[in-house]
Design a protein around this ligand. Structure first.
Ligand SMILES: Nc1ncnc2c1ncn2[C@@H]1O[C@H](COP(=O)(O)OP(=O)(O)OP(=O)(O)O)[C@@H](O)[C@H]1O
Length: 496
C-alpha cells in the first residue's frame, strides 16, 4: 500500500520540528527514514500514529487522503498502519496465544467459554506466516530476542498476506545483538517480498543498507534526500544527514605498555554471574560482548555497587571497594545505565540541571547554588540539539537526551567509567563525538568498561573485548582478531 506525506509541518514552542517534510512509501518495499538526532523522524512517526497533530500538510494512505491537521489515530488504524515501538509491549509471563488474545480478543463459544483450540490454531498460522518457529503455548519470556520482535510485528499486523497493512518500526534492532538483528532484518525483508510495506527508523547504517529499497533523509525537519530503488553508500547517507562531506576520524592511538590496574574483579558470582575475573587498567577501553542474559548488565551494576556480589572481590586501584553506590561514586566510579529515562535522567528538570546533577557539590557556594556556566559548552561539545540549556530535558529527542546523560558523567572526570549501551539511539555524527570523548577520558587515565550489543561499536571503540557467556568470561579478543563477525561467533558459542 502506498503512503505519502506531503509538506508536513509541526512546531513545539520555539522548535520547528517539521518544516515541510515529505515521505513516500512504495508498496511492498522496505523504506528507511534516516536523519540526525532531533531531525524530526519521531515527530513524523508520532503524527502518523495520531499521537501528535500536525500544524499543516497532507497525509495519503492507499486511496484515502486527509489534511494532516484533521488526521487522527483512528484514521491511521483503519487505513492499515501498524506500529511496533522499541518497547514491544509484550507480556513475558504469558503464552504467545495469550499475548495475541489480549490485543485482539478471545474467540468465545456458547456461554462465553474461550475457544482455546481456535485461538491456538489461528496463532499457529500467523507464527508460520511470520517465520516464528515456536508453539502458541510457549511463554513469551522464553523466546529469543529476534523472535520476540517478530512476534510483536505479527501481533500488530495480525494479517496473513499483510499487503493492505503498512508496518512502521521504530529502531527495531537497537537492543538486539548483531546475530539477532540479522535474523530479524531477514524476516522483515521476507515480509516485504511477500507484499508488505515497511518503514524503518534506524541509526544503524549498515543494517538499513542491507535490507532497504528506498531511503528518505530528514535534516532540520525537511526532506533533504529521497533515494528510490537506490544503493547509496554509508558516506553518502551521512553527508545527506549532516549537509557536509564526511570527515575521516583518526583511529585511536596505540597504547604503550601496561598501566596500573584500576578495576580488579575476582571470582564474582551473584545473579547470572558465575565466577567473573576481570582487570581493567588505567587508560584501557575494555568492551563486554555477550548475548542478552549473559550477565553483561549485572556485571556493571555489581561493580557500581547496585548489586552486592554473592561471592568474590572487587578492588579499585588495589583497595577493596566499599559496598554501595555512594561509596563507589566517591571512589570515582561512574555508571551510565541502559535504561536512560528510568534510571539516569532527572526527567522533570532542564538540560542544565541534568548536566549539573553529577557535580552538584562543586556548584554549592556559601549556601547558594552557583549557575552551571559550563552547560552551554557541554551542549555544544556533545552536539545536543536543544533551543537552549534551559529547555525541559523531556522535550529533547531521544538521542539528544542520551548525549546529555553521557556528558553529565564524563564531566565528573571519573577514574572508572561503566557504560551500558552508550550510543543506543544516538546518531552517527554524535556517536563519533562520543567515541572521541570516551577516548579523551581514557587518555587522561580513566579505565572504561563498555557493554554494547553493537559489535561494530565495540570493535571501533575498544582496545580489547572480553566475551561473556552464561555468566563467565570465555575469552578476550584484541588486535586483528577483534572483528564484529568474530565476536558474533564467540558470543554464540560457535567458536571457543
Ligand atoms: N513534545 C515536544 N516538546 C517540545 N519539543 C519537542 C517535542 N517533541 C519533539 N520536540 C523537538 O522537535 C525536534 C525533532 O524531534 P524528533 O524527536 O522528531 O527527532 P528525531 O529525528 O526522532 O531524533 P532522535 O534520533 O534523537 O530520536 C527536536 O528538536 C525535539 O527537541
Amino acid at each position: 500500500m502506498t503512503v505519502r506525506l506531503e509538506n508536513l509541518s509541526k512546531t513545539f514552542g520555539a522548535t520547528r520540528a517539521l518544516d515541510g517534510a515529505g515521505l513516500e512509501l512504495r508498496p511492498g518495499t522496505v523504506h528507511a527514514l534516516l536523519g540526525g538526532n532531533g531531525s524530526g523522524k519521531s515527530t513524523a512517526i508520532k503524527i502518523l500514529a495520531g499521537a501528535y497533530q500536525a500544524d499543516g500538510g497532507t497525509i495519503h494512505i492507499g486511496a484515502q487522503s486527509w489534511p494532516a491537521a484533521g488526521y487522527d489515530a483512528k484514521a491511521g488504524w483503519s487505513a492499515g498502519l501498524r506500529f511496533v515501538h522499541q518497547d514491544l509491549g509484550l507480556f513475558d509471563e504469558l503464552s504467545i496465544a495469550e499475548n495475541f488474545a489480549l490485543d485482539h480478543g478471545w474467540p468465545r463459544g456458547r456461554g462465553g467459554r474461550i475457544k482455546w483450540g481456535e485461538l491456538r490454531q489461528r496463532v499457529a498460522q500467523l507464527l508460520a506466516v511470520y517465520g516464528i518457529s515456536a508453539d502458541p503455548s510457549t511463554v513469551v519470556g522464553r523466546l529469543r530476542p529476534a523472535q520476540r520482535t517478530m512476534l510483536a510485528i505479527a501481533r500488530a499486523v495480525q494479517d496473513h498476506d499483510g499487503a493492505d497493512r503498512v508496518l512502521i518500526l521504530d529502531e527495531p534492532t537497537a537492543a538486539l545483538p548483531q546475530h539477532e538483528s540479522e535474523i530479524l532484518l531477514q524476516a522483515v525483508r521476507r515480509r516485504a517480498d511477500q507484499g508488505q510495506t515497511v518503514l524503518i527508523v534506524s541509526h544503524r547504517m549498515q543494517e538499513v543498507l542491507s535490507i532497504c529499497d528506498d531511503f528518505t533523509v530528514f535534516r532540520d525537519g525537511r526532506t533533504v534526500a529521497n533515494l528510490v530503488a537506490a544503493e547509496p553508500t554509508e558516506d553518502e547517507l551521512i553527508s545527506h544527514m549532516t549537509g557536509a562531506p564526511v570527515t575521516v576520524h583518526e583511529p585511536a592511538p596505540a597504547r604503550a605498555g601496561d598501566t596500573e590496574p584500576i578495576l580488579e574483579v575476582q571470582g564474582l558470582t551473584g545473579g547470572p554471574l558465575d565466577g567473573v575475573d576481570l582487570t581493567v587498567r588505567a587508560g584501557e577501553i575494555v568492551g563486554v560482548a555477550g548475548l542478552v542474559g549473559s550477565g553483561r548488565t549485572s556485571l556493571l551494576k555489581t561493580v557500581f555497587g547496585e548489586h552486592a556480589p554473592a561471592t568474590g572481590t572487587i578492588a579499585l586501584s588495589g583497595v577493596p571497594a566499599a559496598a554501595g553506590i555512594p561509596n563507589r561514586m566517591a571512589a570515582g566510579v561512574a555508571y551510565l545505565p541502559e535504561d536512560r529515562l528510568g534510571e539516569a535522567a532527572l526527567n522533570d528538570l532542564t538540560v542544565r540541571e541534568n548536566l549539573s546533577a553529577a557535580v552538584l557539590p562543586r556548584l554549592w557556594r556559601r549556601g547558594r547554588m552557583a549557575p552551571d556556566t559550563e552547560a552551554e559548552n557541554l551542549v555544544s561539545t556533545y552536539r545536543v540539539r536543544t533551543p537552549s540549556a534551559d529547555a525541559a530535558f523531556l522535550s529533547l529527542s531521544g538521542g539528544n537526551q542520551q548525549k546529555v546523560v553521557l556528558a553529565r558523567w564524563l564531566r565528573r572526570d571519573p577514574r572508572l567509567l561503566l557504560l551500558d549501551e552508550p550510543t543506543q539511539g544516538v546518531d552517527i555524527m554524535s556517536r563519533r563525538d562520543i567515541y572521541a570523548a570516551i577516548r579523551q577520558a581514557s587518555a587522561r587515565g580513566c579505565a572504561v568498561l563498555v557493554v554494547s550489543s553493537d559489535f561494530v561499536e565495540l570493535t571501533e571503540l575498544c582496545d580489547r573485548v572480553t566475551v561473556l557467556r552464561r555468566g563467565r568470561i570465555v575469552t578476550d579478543v584484541s588486535g586483528d582478531a577483534l572483528t564484529a563477525d568474530h565476536l558474533t561467533a564467540l558470543t554464540q558459542g560457535v567458536l571457543r
